[in-house]
Design a protein around this ligand. Structure first.
Ligand SMILES: NC(=O)c1ccc[n+]([C@@H]2O[C@H](COP(=O)([O-])OP(=O)(O)OC[C@H]3O[C@@H](n4cnc5c(N)ncnc54)[C@H](OP(=O)(O)O)[C@@H]3O)[C@@H](O)[C@H]2O)c1
Length: 350
């Protein structure tokens, strides 16, 4: 078998669908592709490269005949199915928040810490979709000076919650103009024409889980365990793309020009920064693209050695599916997908 047998768990979801597109676009080498989802979707067909694939149930048996699984469903499925896959010798690239901070699980943005893939023990994780673009910008800029402190405010799209939240935004928008009361299912308040300073769940101290992910995951990916990162995460009525206003304090001064050059030369980052022509990154421009877009790069007048910037990134692509496929590419390139003991050809029971 020259290429891995691949399974996407959650193939009918917001990220899963984009993962199919990304696998095709990047011509990811595969022996076969299987798709699984919830019992609701079993039997549905999905077209991949002109071929109709039937969505299967998500059972451990699927992994006995898979070499790489992208798990993109929800925390419960990730918790159970990642272990089931690993036990069957299938390497997992997990999209959920369940495994990211496990010391045995590499948390990878390949542009930054691809070598962490080498230490995988059957499960690898992608970061949270707000963390990924932030760490890429920080990694570019720390080449000029160590970072002392990061403050970020996020503006996160509804697809960060999944496809049901996008449907809710669309429905609430129609109801708003029709004068109907908003039905709220996905969030505690209406999201259409509103902002919710509430992403994830509230924790002790008043932070949200999303804000703590931005602190902890940034430290793990950058290998900077003491880096102070303070985030305020806000859900906004945008379809796709997370945006962030970021203020960074450095040990040494970095001019906006120097920062622009470092960012522009970094793989996967595009600088869009020309105030004279109103050019700056926006979600509508970033949707469907893999790059992280950075602009509004300027001195932070409230901080010594400070810079302020604005970034935009498609949460479903670099924030999820593209990063996951890039990790799989690293796993394959390093010959690390033949994991664990030899597999039985067919598993007798689920
Ligand atoms: N959305 C983002 O921007 C983003 C970014 C980074 C990471 N993630 C993570 O990626 C994962 C997927 O997110 P999403 O936004 O794609 O969510 P989503 O749109 O709600 O899709 C969820 C997927 O999981 C499947 N699923 C639900 N319950 C299941 C079950 N009991 N067994 C098997 N499959 C089940 C769904 O199948 P049905 O269609 O049959 O219901 C669907 O395919 C989550 O862990 C999320 O935290 C998301």
């Amino acid at each position: 078998m020259a290429h891995p047998r691949v399974t996407i768990v959650g193939a009918t979801g917001a990220v899963g669908k984009v993962a199919l597109t990304v696998l095709e676009e990047r011509a990811f080498p595969m022996e076969s592709l299987r798709l699984t989802a919830s019992p609701r979707s079993v039997g549905r067909t999905v077209t991949f490269k002109g071929e109709e694939l039937t969505v299967e149930a998500t059972t451990p048996a699927v992994f006995a005949e898979s070499d790489i699984a992208f798990i993109s469903a929800n925390d419960d499925i990730s918790r159970d199915m990642a272990l089931a896959a690993k036990e069957r010798g299938c390497v997992v690239i997990d999209d959920s928040g369940v495994w990211r901070m496990d010391p045995e699980v590499p948390l990878v943005v390949p542009e930054i810490n691809a070598d962490d893939v080498d230490a995988h023990n059957g499960i690898l994780a992608i970061p949270n979709c707000s963390t990924t673009p932030l760490v890429m910008a920080l990694d570019a800029l720390r080449q000029a000076s160590p970072i002392r402190r990061v403050i970020a405010a996020t503006y996160q799209s509804v697809t960060g919650t999944g496809s049901a939240a996008l449907a809710e935004l669309e429905e609430q928008s129609r109801d708003y103009f029709a004068g109907n009361e908003a039905r709220t299912d996905q969030y505690p308040h209406p999201i259409a024409f509103n902002l919710l300073p509430h992403v994830g769940s509230f924790r002790d101290g008043g932070h949200t889980s999303e804000e703590m992910k931005m602190l902890n995951e940034t430290r793990k990916i950058l290998h900077e365990p003491g880096l102070p990162v303070s985030a305020t995460c806000v859900r906004v009525p945008v379809r796709v793309c997370h945006s962030e206003a970021v203020n960074i304090e450095f040990e040494r001064p970095i001019s906006p020009g120097e920062a622009r050059e470092l960012l522009a030369n970094y793989p996967g980052i595009v600088v869009v920064d020309d105030p004279a022509t109103n050019a700056y990154p926006m979600p509508l421009d970033g949707e469907g693209k893999d790059e992280v877009f950075v602009g509004r790069i300027r001195e932070d007048v409230a901080l010594p050695n400070g810079l302020a910037l604005w970034l935009v990134s498609d949460n479903l692509r670099k924030g999820a599916a593209t990063n996951a496929v890039q990790i799989a590419e690293e796993v394959v390139a390093r010959g690390l997908w033949r994991y664990g003991a030899a597999k039985p050809a067919v598993e007798a029971t689920a």
